[in-house]
Design a protein around this ligand. Structure first.
Ligand SMILES: Cc1cc2nc3c(=O)[nH]c(=O)nc-3n(C[C@H](O)[C@H](O)[C@H](O)COP(=O)(O)OP(=O)(O)OC[C@H]3O[C@@H](n4cnc5c(N)ncnc54)[C@H](O)[C@@H]3O)c2cc1C
Length: 218
């Protein structure tokens, strides 16, 4: 759909420096878990636009994104972090061909703010009576722990890998959740270093890297 103005209707803190923004869904906007939107606004007199992946399992009535303010980050994540309910920005989308399409098992590998996409896809899979697994690599403290706990209680496999987990531990966690079943969808969301680690782990576990749905955050 064409770019349209949307107002923040809710915001929440879901981890250190990680927060959600919820917007009313404009008419004619329909996004799928795994797709992303472009948010744009003027920050200090300059136009900026960045992409954010949906962190709600659907876009019925409202949709949500999850953003992280990183120490290496720039102007836009800091701007989003300061938004309050009622503030407006411009949204376009949805974009992306890599989204949950009803696979019988969804395995999501998430790095940093990629956890937003992971909870969205895992929740969409559970709502579809499918299996879900999340392998989440993070620095410091994990985000979205309440939703991850709920997913785990609903039968999803959840592996949390913090700073103390090395690449071997990540490879082992990926090996544990990949079954190789034909109806298994493998998803990867995060910044470039994480995408490299995740694709290496899929390959090492004998998974299908070319068949994986991969979104690099840059
Ligand atoms: C398809 C797509 C989907 C995306 N989805 C999300 C999302 O769901 N949530 C989200 O928070 N971001 C997401 N991003 C990244 C987002 O668009 C911004 O780049 C991010 O919010 C930082 O914006 P900025 O203006 O603060 O910094 P930028 O000017 O964009 O970045 C400055 C530098 O900081 C690095 N950086 C910024 N944030 C991080 C971080 N969290 N971890 C590691 N390095 C970082 C960048 O790589 C860059 O080198 C996505 C990007 C793409 C392309």
């Amino acid at each position: 759909m064409d770019a349209t103005d949307v107002a923040v209707v809710d915001r929440g803190s879901v981890g250190p420096d990680t927060f959600t923004l919820t917007f009313d869904t404009p008419a004619a906007f329909e996004g799928r878990a795994g797709q992303f939107v472009r948010l744009s606004a003027e920050v200090d007199g300059e136009s900026h636009a960045r992409f954010y992946t949906l962190s709600s399992p659907d876009t019925e009535d409202t949709f949500e994104v999850t953003a992280e303010v990183h120490e290496e980050g720039g102007p836009f994540s800091a701007y989003l972090a300061d938004l309050s309910v009622g503030d407006e920005l411009t949204m376009a989308g949805p974009y992306g061909e890599d989204y949950y399409e009803g696979e019988d098992r969804a395995v999501v590998l998430a790095g940093g703010p990629g956890i937003g996409a992971a909870v969205a896809i895992a929740e969409a899979a559970k709502a579809n009576d499918a299996e879900a697994a999340v392998v989440y690599s993070y620095d410091g403290e994990p985000a979205h722990t309440a939703r991850l706990d709920t997913l785990e209680a609903a039968g999803a496999d959840v592996a949390l890998l913090g700073d103390d987990a090395d690449a071997d531990a990540f490879h082992a966690a990926v090996d544990d959740v990949l079954t190789g079943a034909e109806a298994e969808g493998v998803f990867v969301y995060g910044f470039a270093d994480f995408v490299d680690l995740a694709t290496e782990a899929i390959e090492a576990a004998g998974g299908d890297v070319d068949g994986a749905k991969v979104e690099s955050f840059g």
